[in-house]
Design a protein around this ligand. Structure first.
Ligand code: JFE
Length: 229
């Protein structure tokens, strides 16, 4: 999978090297390229923002550098990419969307800053690829970078071969619509706290039922919204 990221803070993405994705990048399973939006400006100050038409607080990202960046990145590409813009006004990014995007051969992420990007950029991007505006959750970040880091990690680990054991991907939280069951390791007693004895029983059927019960009860307590249907 090819991933292009456009940002005015490209070094933020150095952190991707350290996560589990670093190995996948070395092996060529994930080919990630980060682009500095300011490289697509032409003025002495490498300006990427301007005041909003209609007035209001803050600055808006100018369309011209975005147009040049998208032309450069998508222009030579083989397939029509999925172009993601993180936005607090976007559709919620879920495990199901991460699964869907993990099947795309080419993803382009545009990281906004300031109060956001000139709306015409989304319209232009839709001529080059399938545009998705995606929100990590109902809180406001200072820009798209942290959201893209989370999305690249969530999507990248679903690309076949990136995570060692594919079973661990299916078992985990959100793939079956329930929260995970609690996990324990040695020692069996730690600071007077015992591991639930059923996990030491060797009865695999009983362990499986207990874990499923735990998943349902935790989901009911912490995330009743997931049980609504
Ligand atoms: C940008 C900003 C003021 C946005 C109404 C680009 N889930 C999520 N939260 N926040 C973002 C995503 C996000 C994504 C991209 C962003 C926030 N900002 C900051 C400031 C109003 C805004 O939108 C700029």
């Amino acid at each position: 999978m090819r991933i292009d990221v456009v940002s005015i803070f490209p070094t933020i993405f150095d952190a991707l090297e350290v996560s589990l994705l670093g190995k996948a990048r070395q092996s060529g399973l994930l080919d990630v390229a980060v682009h500095d939006l300011r490289d697509y400006t032409h003025d002495r100050h490498r300006t990427v923002d301007d005041t909003p038409y209609g007035g209001g607080a803050g600055m808006v990202m100018k369309p011209e550098p975005w147009g040049e960046a998208l032309d450069d990145i998508v222009g030579g590409a083989a397939e029509r990419p999925v172009i993601v813009f993180p936005s607090p006004a976007g559709e919620r990014f879920t495990q199901s969307i991460a699964r869907e995007l993990s099947a795309a051969p080419h993803l382009v992420f545009g990281c906004g800053r300031y109060e956001g990007i000139d709306e015409r950029v989304f319209d232009y991007a839709a001529e080059l690829g399938d545009v998705r505006l995606l929100s990590l959750g109902d809180y406001v970040l200072n820009g798209g970078e942290v959201a893209v880091m989370a999305m690249v990690e969530a999507i990248g680990r679903l690309v076949p071969g990136v995570v060692g054991n594919p079973e661990s991907l299916v078992e985990e939280s959100h793939e079956d619509g329930l929260l995970e069951y609690p996990s324990f390791t040695k020692p069996a007693v730690w600071r007077e706290r015992e591991v639930p004895p059923i996990l030491l029983s060797g009865n695999h059927g009983a362990v499986a039922s207990w874990r499923r019960e735990q998943q349902i009860e935790r989901t009911r307590l912490r995330r009743p919204d997931l049980l609504a249907d």
